[in-house]
Design a protein around this ligand. Structure first.
Ligand code: B12
Ligand code: SF4
Ligand code: SF4
Length: 352
């Protein structure tokens, strides 16, 4: 690439990422993690529960160094995509609460598609700038063995809150992350070094299951995932431990409590939310998801304050239409019904 080409390409990538709808973008080196030991301590403590894919030795090694996923990687372009505060929903005990990120279209598909478009645009621009081999890369959104939040922190997008979320001081934490590993060395952005939590502990106090354990001696926020409602309702197969059922309340998929109480999630995120993530009414499919007409004819309760009884009455066919193109599908029909059964138990007055 000609002199100045890397700077020009980095500027182009950031402009293009914003045109593609990403809210924040930063660049970091494809270098080993600074926190590999923290990850190993977390796994050794069994705090990942049944998420065995996190503890597989090859996956751990890959998480500790992004170049193990893509050997040629020199830089990582990290993007944040906001799903917003979700607006007002009826959260009465007889309604199911679905986490904000999961009310609309599956973010894996939304973000990955746009990251691929970004890569194609960067490849074309690099060739225009005089680099004959262009840019090759790989797009990751959640499913690959990367420490995405650390990459985001290193690319300057935010800090690790006590709730373990990456928080952007301007836009809060209601966003998903995507990472594009590329084989070109671009100028890196400064990492986000400050910890803006200060003396706040609101998330620790609000977590109904005691899953947030605070910062360890090195300053890393620690979570016991086996107690987290998000884990219990999405990742766990089989019965939910009895003592954790009541604190789940009416959360039937994921949990946002430790973000709802965070002072950095003010009302500003609504405008930034991509329409792909909007909640949908009964029978509606997520924005941008095409289905065949026979599936369209099948109804379902939607994700905008659905009644628990309606969620429980869904047939397999209705579940299929309800979960199509949505992250909710990950729980599976049985897993989702298990969650709804717990929520129904919680909304039924107990006799003494
Ligand atoms: C496993 C997983 C979960 C698990 C465990 C969560 C956890 N806190 O570890 C469960 C199922 C509980 C979960 C829940 C949720 N998740 Co999740 N999850 C993941 C996944 C796949 C891996 C995370 C992981 O590796 N955890 C292990 C821990 C050790 O790693 P870590 O959280 O990155 O921790 C780092 C810090 O400890 C830091 N560290 C170490 N030492 C030090 C020292 C200092 C001083 C500091 C500051 C930091 C530090 O380094 C560690 C490693 O980098 C990522 C995607 C990915 N590939 O990264 C998404 C991801 C973290 N999840 C995400 C989301 C949106 C959620 C939910 C909000 C969904 C919901 N509404 O229900 C909840 C939030 C719960 C919460 N408070 O975290 C987003 C987070 C975006 C953001 N703004 O931070 C991610 C990045 C997915 C994505 N692509 O957008 N998740
Ligand atoms: S997502 Fe819910 S259960 Fe999990 S740590 Fe946050 S408040 Fe606790
Ligand atoms: S609620 Fe307070 S302690 Fe928790 S992440 Fe937000 S600012 Fe940090």
């Amino acid at each position: 690439m000609r002199d100045g080409g890397a700077d020009a390409l980095a500027r182009f990538a950031k402009r293009r990422a914003r045109e593609l709808g990403f809210d924040a973008v930063g660049i970091t080196r494809a270098a080993p993690s600074d926190h590999g030991e923290a990850l190993e301590r977390w796994l050794d403590g069994g705090l990942h529960g049944a998420m065995d894919y996190l503890a597989r030795p090859d996956a751990v090694e890959r998480r500790k160094d992004p170049r193990r996923s893509f050997e040629a990687a020199r830089s990582v372009v990290v993007v944040a995509h906001h799903y917003g505060t979700g607006g007002e929903q009826d959260e009465s005990p007889d309604r199911g609460i679905i986490a904000r990120y999961a009310r609309g279209r599956d973010y894996h598909k939304v973000v990955k598609g746009r990251l691929r478009a970004l890569l194609a645009a960067m490849d074309e621009e690099a060739r225009r700038l005089g680099w004959a081999s262009g840019v090759a890369g790989r797009a990751y959104v959640d499913t690959g063995p990367l420490l995405e939040r650390e990459l985001g922190q290193r690319a300057g997008l935010g800090w690790f809150g006590r709730n373990t979320m990456l928080i952007d001081p301007k836009r809060g934490s209601y966003f998903v992350l995507g990472a594009l590993l590329i084989d070109v060395a671009l100028p890196a952005d400064p990492p986000f070094e400050a910890d803006r939590c200060g003396s706040c502990r609101a998330c620790l106090d609000a977590c109904p299951t005691g899953a947030l354990l605070g910062r360890d001696a090195d300053g890393a926020p620690v979570m016991d995932a086996t107690r987290c409602i998000s884990y219990l309702t999405i990742e766990l197969r089989g019965p939910i431990p009895e003592e954790l059922r009541a604190p789940m309340g009416n959360r039937v998929f994921g949990c946002d409590i430790c973000q709802e109480v965070c002072p950095w999630n003010g009302g500003f995120a609504v405008a930034a939310a991509d329409p792909a993530y909007a909640a949908r009414g009964p029978g509606e499919r997520p924005n941008g998801v095409e289905v065949s007409p026979d599936v369209t004819a099948v109804t379902h309760p939607g994700t905008d304050s659905p009644r628990l009884v309606d969620l429980m009455r869904m047939t397999r066919e209705e579940w299929d239409a309800f979960s199509r193109g949505s992250p909710i599908r990950r729980a599976g029909y049985e897993g989702f019904r298990r969650n709804v059964a717990v929520a129904l138990g919680n909304c039924t007055p107990r006799s003494s």
